[in-house]
Every structure is written in C-alpha cells, then in structure tokens.
Design a protein around this ligand. Sequence first.
Ligand code: PMP
Length: 383
Amino acid sequence: MGSLQERIAGHLSALEADGLRRRLVPTDPAPHGTLRRGDATLLDFAGNDYLGLSAHPALVERAREWTSRLGTGSGASRLVSGTRTAHLDLEARIAAFKGTEAALLFASGWQANATILPALLRAAPGAMVFTDRLVHASMHAGCAAAGVRQARYRHNDLADLRARLSGKGADAPARIIMTESVFSMDGDLADIAALRAIADEHDAFLIVDEAHATGVLGPRGAGLAAGADVVMGTFSKAMGSFGAYVAASRDTCALLSNAGSGFVYSTAPPPPVLGAIDAALDLVPGMDAERAHIAALGEQLRAGLAKLGLDTRGSASPVVPAVIGEVEATMRIGEALAGRGFLAGTIRPPTVPKGTSRLRMTLRASHRSEDIQRLLEATSEAL
Ligand code: PMP
C-alpha cells in the first residue's frame, strides 16, 4: 500500500514504463513560425495557431490598448461585478460572426465543454447524450459532471447514431447529440447537415465543438456548424489568443449564464484577452487567401504522407495525422523529425486509442509549399 506520496511515485513509474509519462518541455516562439527548443530552431507543425495570429501586431496592440484602459484583470466573476461593457460588446460580435441570437465568453474551451451539459441537464433531467466516440476529453468531462446516460456512437457513423437514438434514446425524456466539426486528433470533419437532419428526426438537440474549425474553415472562417443548437469554439487556436465562446439561442445562453458553473463561478475573462479576440474578429473574416493557402498545403501534405504509406485518417483540415501505431516508434520518429528541424505533435494514449499513436502535423498560413516538401522528405528519412 504505502503512503499517498509513494502511490503517486508508483503511478508515475508505471506511466514511464509504458512510455506514457509526459514532460513539460519549453518551446519558445521565434521568428517565421519557428520555435526554440534547447539549442534547436524547429519549424512548428505542432501548434494550433493556424493563421499565425498570436504574434499579429493588431492583436498585440489591441491587447495592450485594452489593458491600459481596463487593467490586467476583470476582478470578479461575470454575475458579481466582472461584466464589463467590453464583454457584452464582444459577445454581440461573436453572435454576429456565428450567426446566432446570442453568445457567451468562457475562460477556456475545456471549461465551456465541461459546463454546457450539466447546465442543460438542469433544464432537461434524464436527458440521454449521444457522443461521437472521438469527441474531446472536455465533453466527456461534461457528461461525467452531469451524470448523464451517455451512448458513444462509432466515429462519424450516422447509421450507428440513428440506431442508438431509436433504441434506448427513444424512451429518454430528451436527447442530445455531441460532435466536433473538425476532430482534433484525426482532422476529419463531421457532416453537420446530416447530423442536423438526424437530430430533427429524433427531436434531439445538436451540440458542436468548433475548436479547430473557428477561423480556419467555413465561410468567413466562421466554422462549419451553422444550424446546430449549441456551438462552442475556442479563441486559443486559429483566433490567436485564449478563451472560448458558446453561441446559441438567447434562452440557451441565459440558461448557461444562470446554471453553467464554469461560467458562474469563474472570474470573467481579462481585458488583454478580450482585446486580442476583438482584433482577431476584425481580421479573420477577410483571411480567405490564408484559408485557401492552408487548404492547398493540406492537400500536398496528405498526398505526400499517403505516398509514404501513412494513414491520414480522412483528414480534411489543417490537422493532418500520420498514424504510426506504437508509442515507442511514434516518439522515436517525432524526435528524428526534430533532429531535422521540424516539430510535429507526437500523440499517444489516452489522447488517442491504443495502437493508433501518431504524428499530428498542423498547418499554418506561414508555411510554404517548400516547407511541406522538406517535411515530407524528413518524414521519409525518419521512418
Ligand atoms: N475542444 C477541442 C476539440 C479541443 O481540441 C480543445 C483544445 N485542446 C478544447 C476543446 C479545449 O479548449 P481550450 O484549450 O480553450 O481549453
């Protein structure tokens, strides 16, 4: 048995033995989309700053301006005294961007996802939830926090979803479907129009996570989830800063601002972050050329990886996986790529299912076609 400290050490040793212990390695931003790691300068194919906005002068400047005017912190939670005019103005802008009646800011995407479901369950006790098997951990956390009956349908398998909705789901007092529009580790897309039709057939609510779509896919970069009942997305990826939004009907947002514990009991997002989001909302709708460039790089990278015999899991977004399989080989190939000047994500269980460890290569508007070519050559050598 031993003390809790000894058990912690034992748990860490077990992770180490399986090659699953993670360590925090500093990678500091350097010019031209590179990162400094130790003595090495690596071209970043691991982050989610798809449009390179995190270093954009307009975001940096507006964050600075709003900080000068409003301070570094909001000082309280939204319902106490933390709501600034800037929060409400920004929420109105987000709703307009997403084409919904209303929107709410959240401190993070994780927090939004962990909050939405428990709040909805207050209004609809006994609701049953149908989640794509590959949805993000934060949505599973929301299901666990809500204590719901959860059915996990096979990834993007609409027949399986239909069968489950007609089976156990038919007796539930309400039904909720949860998916991502761009899957974070596979980079493939959900068919939102088809999910909307299924939701209508079964009188179900549709919740879509647009963390990896916001800014980079869909008309004006507004994502792919038009028509969903609740859309959440993050400002921490293509939007270049931090935090998240939920866009939905006025009533749904009012429910979340009353019963969403991650909203109610958390300090309001701070002015520098609000300023950066505001500037990103000015820029992103006009970045069609960057979005088209990223899409073309995606085609090039996927075609090249397929030639190397690697499975890219149906990716159709700036997230391009290359499945290696075993943990050890994945880590080794990731390090070999770093040795050649490229940082790709190395993703292993429990983030992805056992046996599907992978490189996760993400694209940025600053990448050039030559960079992809060199990345493919380096991957070929590393393999
Ligand atoms: N949903 C998805 C699909 C994500 O990939 C992430 C980020 N890892 C989140 C939610 C959480 O967002 P945040 O990083 O803002 O907490």
